[in-house]
Design a protein around this ligand. Structure first.
Ligand code: PFF
Length: 464
């Protein structure tokens, strides 16, 4: 469907809601959140996380939607129209989103690799999950064609395919199917996990807030996680908001999207942690990509009918990753088509090739000796520095910086009066929290984000 001036628009508000929730709900919810919640004392972390989402996350999301819908433009175009001197903020956001996409889509390829692995030869994974993971990355097993090339290429091609099909015809259509399926899979998996013998200890841990385990670092971790999880700070939500008609209520949409994203993260926590407690003991809980690919196969191996549940789990991860990666690509494609005159197809294909190339170095740097060897230190120990570098640059620096600048722009430069008027649409919609939102976007959110930045850079607090 096309809007005024033939600009793409969502076909329905439900389509927009599912697409924005699809962007938010991703790998971050399913593998990052449970591990962080565990480390942060379970229930205590979850409570703090929910408070941060409500106060900071929802505030920034509304700011991004407002800028996008007010201008009906991509992140750069939006700033160009409102205050051209600020267009670099949109450009920085698009750059950040694209860099995240480069590694995110490769991890999506690993998910496909495991899905295919469970469908064809589950015994090979169960025999030694850790060895299987490193084999996929090419450690000691020659060039990893499957893990670094074939499956990431397939995942990138799927992402490009959906984006080429357009906003309503591709992104909205996929999300309308993938998101309900994702919820269904998650509920099935959660019921299975909490009914495993021994799962109650894990569930109790996640439900009983133990504030003595919560540190200031955990609060910062929750803040960083909230940003990543809600897809904020990159202008992606600005772009998605720009495809929304003025007939829709922005405030209510923000409430629904934040609730859905948080619900999925918490449900994933109530699935993964009890399952790990029941099968591997609490010491099996880990963080990061490796956790999903090394610990979870151990969980499935230890439960009856594990292969079936593993297939459902990786399918869940696949949908979550795909709906997020298409939003990351759409942010850059919208810029190239609207600001640089590219066709949608050409923009998507060119970006697809570049992201695959950069992502390839990311995957190889995780394990392959030749490329890994470039960064061998004098003791012969190698580090996946390229991957670390990308994640540091995006998660710790550019993402919070983008969010901070969005808040300053809406709160102080363009002005909250304009922002509130965009939500109210001349009185069509009520915005009872307008006063609170102004306060949050001008003071609370920037201060909180500045804390993440300073803590991450100056004190080296680990946020991932
Ligand atoms: N929100 C996604 C997740 O939780 O996995 C990741 C993501 C998607 C981050 C889109 C940023 C973005 F623009």
């Amino acid at each position: 469907m096309s809007g005024p001036g033939n600009r793409a628009q969502w076909a329905s508000n439900l389509g927009f809601l599912l697409a924005a929730a699809g962007s938010a709900v991703g790998l971050g919810n399913i593998w990052k959140f449970p591990g962080k919640a565990y480390e942060g004392g379970g229930g205590a972390f979850i409570l703090i996380y929910i408070a941060i989402i409500a106060l900071v996350g929802a505030t920034v999301m509304l700011a991004e939607f407002i800028i996008g819908r007010a201008t009906q433009k991509n992140a750069v175009g939006a700033f160009c129209q409102l205050r051209p001197a600020w267009k670099w903020v949109g450009g920085m956001g698009i750059f950040t989103g694209f860099i995240i996409l480069c590694y995110y889509s490769h991890v999506g390829g690993w998910v496909l690799y495991y899905l295919c692995g469970y469908l064809t030869d589950a015994a090979a994974i169960s025999a030694d999950p850790t060895a299987y993971f490193y084999r996929m990355l090419g450690v000691g097993s020659g060039f990893p064609w499957g893990g670094a090339v074939l499956f990431p290429l397939l995942f990138a091609a799927l992402t490009v395919f959906v984006v080429v099909k357009g906003v309503a015809g591709g992104i909205e259509r996929l999300n309308k199917v993938a998101m309900p399926l994702l919820f269904l899979l998650l509920i099935l998996l959660m019921v299975r996990a909490v009914t495993l013998p021994g799962a109650m200890d894990g569930l109790r841990y996640m439900l009983q807030p133990d504030f003595s385990l919560l540190t200031w670092n955990d609060v910062l971790v929750a803040l960083g996680q909230a940003f990543f999880s809600l897809s904020l700070g990159m202008g992606i939500m600005c772009t998605y908001g720009s495809y929304l008609s003025r007939e829709e209520n922005l405030g209510r949409n923000v409430g629904i999207i934040c609730t859905l994203d948080t619900l999925v993260a918490v449900l994933a926590g109530f699935t993964v942690i009890p399952a790990v407690f029941a099968t591997l003991s609490a010491s099996g809980v880990g963080k990061g990509a490796g956790f999903v690919f090394t610990a979870m196969p151990g969980v499935f191996q230890a439960m009856p009918g594990g292969v079936f549940w593993a297939i459902l789990f990786y399918l869940l991860l696949f949908f979550a990753a795909l709906t997020s990666s298409i939003s990351l690509l759409e942010g850059t494609v919208a810029y190239l088509t609207e600001q640089r005159g590219f066709s949608r197809k050409r923009a998507s294909l060119v970006l697809g090739v570049i992201l695959f190339g950069i992502g390839l170095i990311y995957t190889l740097s995780q394990g392959h000796a030749d490329i890994h060897g470039i960064w061998l230190d004098k003791n012969g120990i190698s580090y996946p520095i390229f991957g670390d570098m990308l994640e540091f640059l995006t998660d710790r620096l550019l993402l919070p910086l983008g969010g901070l600048l969005f808040c300053i722009f809406v709160g102080w430069v363009w002005g909250t009066k304009n922002g509130i008027a965009e939500v109210r649409q001349g009185g069509r919609f009520r915005f009872p929290l307008a006063g609170l939102w102004s306060l949050l976007v001008r003071f609370v959110a920037p201060a909180a984000i500045a804390c993440i930045l300073i803590a991450g850079i100056v004190f080296g607090v680990t946020l991932s």
